[in-house]
Ligand binder design. Structure first.
Ligand code: NAD
Length: 357
């Protein structure tokens, strides 16, 4: 098993990638380079972790043969360009959410992946943790039975101070609001557990802060498996919680309410009867604890790079989450139910701001 060298671009959440994603795996990764346009921040993080190579030039990193993985943690508006450049350089690429701001952009990335020597792994770290992974195993084993109804709640708080960072709150640079930046995680968890969406009715509004993008949204989904799911999100909740509650024929699941790690235990996993409980015990009885968030996503990434497992999160996963965003925006604009899949025929395919009324 070889140690992969990593360069991180963007030292905000990039610092959490170091702490949670790479440092816990010294036998798998070494962060050898940092890039940020903010030199003070670059040096602060570089000094904290003893990372010697520091640069303000992304292109410098792409030309550095000693780097295996480019980990993109910059503001959303530049992800597309940086992902395409990093893939063209032949390196492996990790990219923070949102991967980009349109399905057209995702499809361009998918085309580039076909020609690339390296692989791209989008970040969806909320999929990892004991609670969600137990639920996934029970559902995949066929124990939960027919899905009935689910609700997914992203009730967070963002104040004017948060929006004092210039790229936030604007279409051009953040690419969207609560649906794109915050609730995307919970929506990915739901898609990971329940599979694809068939149709969507959605509403969006900007109510909490004086920003361009939406900060409240609500949507009613019909899943392809027949379940109904309601999504509800706001950045104006005075108590921050994240919560999924999924009702199946044989099992009800409820996530922990921890806002930024709802995949962690404790999850409520409520069996319909003793027989179902025995089946659940059979599949998760000798559960080996897993770390939440980046720690496990990066461990799986290394396993993939070493030929020992699947790529844990793919561009198809990112596309599915952004397709849902596209459908909600289109429904909110038109007042109509939108049927998936969403492709180039959609007025919102290339641009979420295109007027479809
Ligand atoms: N997965 C998660 O839980 C999570 C949490 C927070 C943020 N994010 C995502 O991570 C990304 C960054 O968010 P953040 O909160 O860290 O933002 P941030 O503003 O705190 O940090 C971004 C950094 O990128 C640097 N930067 C900007 N343009 C650059 C360029 N061209 N080259 C090099 N550096 C550049 C900035 O100077 C800044 O230090 C966003 O896409 C955001 O949605 C994800």
């Amino acid at each position: 098993m070889s140690i992969k060298t990593v360069a991180i671009i963007g030292c905000g959440i990039g610092r959490s990638h170091i702490v949670e994603g790479y440092l816990p795996h010294p036998d798998k990764f070494r962060v050898t380079a940092l890039c940020d346009l903010n030199v003070e921040r670059l040096n602060e993080v570089g000094n904290e972790f003893g990372i010697e190579k520091r640069t303000t030039s992304f292109k410098d990193l792409l030309a550095d043969d000693s780097i295996d993985i480019i980990d993109i943690c910059t503001p959303p508006g530049i992800h597309l360009e940086q992902v395409l450049d990093a893939l063209a350089s032949g390196k492996h690429v990790v990219c923070e959410k949102p991967l980009t701001g349109s399905l057209k952009g995702v499809d361009r990335i998918m085309e580039a992946e076909k020609r690339a020597k390296g692989v791209l792994m989008p970040i969806f770290q909320y999929r990892y943790g004991d609670g969600i992974e137990k639920a996934k195993r029970i559902i995949d084993a066929g124990i939960a039975g027919r899905p009935y109804v689910g609700s997914v709640e992203t009730f967070w708080l963002r104040t004017p101070e948060y929006y004092s960072v210039p790229w936030r709150g604007k279409w051009e640079t953040e690419l969207g609001g609560v649906l794109v930046t915050h609730a995307l995680h919970l929506h990915d968890m739901m898609l990971h557990l329940l599979g694809p969406v068939a149709s969507v009715f959605g509403r969006v509004a900007t109510r909490v802060n004086d920003i361009e993008v939406e900060d409240c949204a609500s949507a009613s989904l019909l899943m392809r498996n027949g379940a109904f799911v309601s999504l509800s999100c706001t950045l104006g909740s005075q108590e921050q919680i994240s919560r999924l509650r999924l009702h199946f024929e044989n099992v009800t699941f409820e996530s922990s309410h921890e806002p930024y790690a709802p995949g962690k235990d404790p999850w409520k996993i409520i069996a319909a009867n003793e027989t179902v409980q025995a089946e659940i015990d059979e599949v998760i009885g000798n559960w080996q604890p897993v770390s939440p968030r980046f720690t496990t996503q990066m461990a799986h990434f290394h396993a993939y790079l070493s030929g020992n497992g699947p790529l844990p999160v793919t561009t198809t996963d990112a596309r599915q989450a952004l397709e849902l965003v596209t459908a909600i925006y289109q429904s909110a604009d038109t007042g109509r139910e939108i049927t998936l899949p969403v492709g180039p025929e959609s007025p919102k395919y290339a641009n979420w701001r295109a007027n479809t009324r």
